[in-house]
Design a protein around this ligand. Sequence first.
Ligand code: HEM
Length: 121
Amino acid sequence: MELSYYERIGRDNLRLLISHFYEAVKVDPVLLPMYPGDLEAAELRLFLFLVQYLGGPSTYSERRGHPRLRMRHVTFPIDENAKEHWLHCMKQAMDQVAMDDESRAFLWSYFTYTANFLKNR
Ligand code: HEM
């Protein structure tokens, strides 16, 4: 049986990844002003989303419903520059977390694809 990426990367490592990502967001001059409220709550949402997307428990959808990512991002001005900042923060976070090469390549292509898809300016 094939393991899911959730199992391969591991829940603790995903938690670490998202925590490093938000550490970077906290000092990013383009991204930080876009986040409306509680960064800890935002961090939990992104973590649970990723867990679910990678084949782990579907706690995200139990709490938030269908992800509808594009719709949930329309109120944030995501241009090429904001996209680059987001990906830069995620790259920094990924560099701090150990995982196998295939999982790393899969995650990075998912993030770049989705960040492009979420551009709305
Ligand atoms: C392209 C640049 C991006 C920007 C500037 C951006 C910005 C934001 C902001 C400001 C929020 C609101 C924070 C909150 O939840 O309170 C948010 C939420 C979220 N973002 Fe992004 N985002 C980007 C890309 C992505 C990507 C690539 C993904 C997925 C791989 C993603 C997944 C999410 C999720 C799951 C939420 C929470 C949705 C919810 O349940 O409300 N975002 N994003």
